[in-house]
Design a protein around this ligand. Structure first.
Ligand code: UDP
Length: 364
């Protein structure tokens, strides 16, 4: 199959591009590189640099290649940020997606996979969160994603477009073979920040909120390995051959912010220098996925489910990419003054446990 991947230079998008190619599909990436990285796109994958708002460009891309489906990741994606500039989030995410979906219908593209979010549930009363839980977004970011889910509902009802809305919980980790990783600028996510703090690349980490109604007072999140998440997209693509689906995608296990810090300390063998800070606006106390529907209907199983294993893949990528995608792989110790074991350039990473067989592509 031939797929267009918007936002394919970003964190989740780039891992999905790898999964699609490992499965034998061909891909074109459309990305404005505002948060994504050119180097995150494999060199032999065509990259169109452009804004989703540029309908003429998108139209040309769709005219020139006959896509079997679109996977749509490109979006503003920070909960806290969306509380600061709500209308930017609502406008950009919603309008860009609406236009993209309209164009797909115009070009008779009948398969659409949408990167939705757990943030559309706000502060749910019941955990884990099932697909039928009440939608009540706690932030403009979550709201913008829900609006797009509604557009897809009407795209199916009226035009017969099949879509998969995948509501991600907390994507983390990096490609187990070291081909891609997480590089946000600025970085706002807990795991990469805690790793950088452990490595001494950041002086300290703030933990936002000590007074949530959770066991240790900090927020609880369901961390899902980004490669497992990418595989959920492949499973969803099979499902939408015949119908539209909505899935919550997570591990069904919650870890508090303090659990994450302890995991990073275990994996890195170093202390994380952290201190308390006030709550971050828009953060719900607990988000744990009920992913039974996805497992039951597609056979999806998370292969890298243990938090330490997820953190380990993120840590390994950071060791070989201390500047993220900004620089070629440097030798660690001289550049940073850290006494980390140097991992040989291009080294094939050992995969955690059961993931070994599953995630190694048949042909290198
Ligand atoms: N968090 C934190 N300090 C940071 C970054 C994040 O305490 O510097 C917390 C954040 O408030 C939330 C959890 O870590 O409770 C996960 O946040 P992240 O931004 O990683 O993902 P999100 O849940 O917002 O998608």
């Amino acid at each position: 199959m031939h797929y267009l991947v918007t936002g394919g230079a970003g964190f989740v998008g780039s891992h999905v591009v790898l999964a699609l190619r490992d499965a034998g599909h061909s891909v074109v990436v459309f990305d404005n590189l505002s948060t994504g990285h050119r180097a995150a796109v494999p060199p032999d994958v065509p990259l169109v640099v452009g804004n989703l708002s540029d309908q003429a460009l998108l139209n040309t891309v769709m005219e020139n290649a006959k896509f079997d489906g679109v996977l749509h990741f490109a979006a503003l994606s920070l909960v806290g940020d969306s509380m600061r500039v709500p209308f930017t989030y609502l406008r950009q995410n919603y309008l860009n997606s609406l236009q993209l979906i309209e164009l797909c219908i115009h070009h008779a593209i009948r398969r659409f996979v949408f990167s939705s979010t757990a943030a559309l549930f706000g502060t749910p009363e019941q955990q884990p969160i099932m697909e039928h839980a009440t939608v009540n977004p706690g932030s403009p970011y979550g709201e913008s994603k829900f609006l797009i889910e509604r557009v897809l509902h009407w795209a199916e009802t009226i035009y017969g477009m099949h879509s998969a809305c995948l509501r991600y919980f907390n994507a983390a980790g990096s490609d187990p073979m070291g081909r891609a990783g997480e590089d946000h600028r600025p970085e706002t996510h807990l795991i990469p920040l805690a790793i950088d703090t452990a490595l001494g690349r950041r002086p300290a980490l703030s933990i936002f909120g000590a007074d949530y109604a959770t066991a240790d007072g900090t927020c609880v999140r369901d961390y899902i390995h980004v490669t497992d998440l990418a595989h959920a997209h492949l499973m969803a693509l099979e499902q939408i051959e015949t119908r539209s689906v909505t899935y919550n995608v997570g591990n069904t296990t919650g870890f508090s912010n303090l659990d994450v810090i302890r995991a990073v300390e275990r994996v890195t063998g170093r202390n994380v220098n952290w201190s308390w800070a006030g709550r971050r606006q828009g953060d719900p106390a607990t988000l744990i996925a009920g992913s039974e529907r996805l497992r039951r209907e597609t056979g999806w199983i998370p292969r890298i489910a243990a938090l330490d294993d997820i953190v380990e893949t993120a840590f390994r990528w950071r060791l070989t990419h201390p500047e993220g995608y900004a620089a070629p792989l440097p030798a660690m110790s001289p550049a940073t003054g850290m006494d980390m074991p140097a991992i040989p350039l291009g080294a094939d990473f050992p995969l955690p446990g059961a993931a070994e067989e599953f995630y190694r592509p048949a042909s290198p």
